[in-house]
Ligand binder design. Structure first.
Ligand SMILES: [Zn+2]
Ligand SMILES: [Zn+2]
Ligand SMILES: [Zn+2]
Length: 94
């Protein structure tokens, strides 16, 4: 991971840990749809689906709320993505 560019939205991160149990994309569960991969909003903790999923709820959530950063909710991945900066990064453990 390159550190040449840094995200300027780190102060909006409120949630850094994935929930113990993730049932799936909250919006897909409501409408009975399917998802491919899951992402968690790092501002409010909402679970949404990735851009490979038919409904792209993680991106839809960012558009609606302007919550800028998602964390991969796939166990063991640990990367984050900032929408406004279009930047992948890993939060180093404190
Ligand atoms: Zn950012
Ligand atoms: Zn979804
Ligand atoms: Zn959010």
């Amino acid at each position: 991971m390159s550190a040449s560019k840094t995200c300027s939205h780190l102060d909006q991160i409120q949630v850094t840990e994935l929930p113990e149990q993730i049932d799936g994309c909250e919006e897909c569960l409501k409408i009975g749809s399917r998802w491919v991969h899951l992402r968690m909003c790092m501002t409010c903790g909402k679970i949404g689906c990735c851009d490979s999923s038919p409904n792209r709820h993680a991106t839809a959530h960012e558009r609606e709320t302007s919550h800028p950063i998602i964390l991969s909710a796939e166990r063991g991945e640990g990367w984050s993505w900032c929408y406004p900066d279009e930047l992948f990064f890993m939060l180093s453990p404190q």
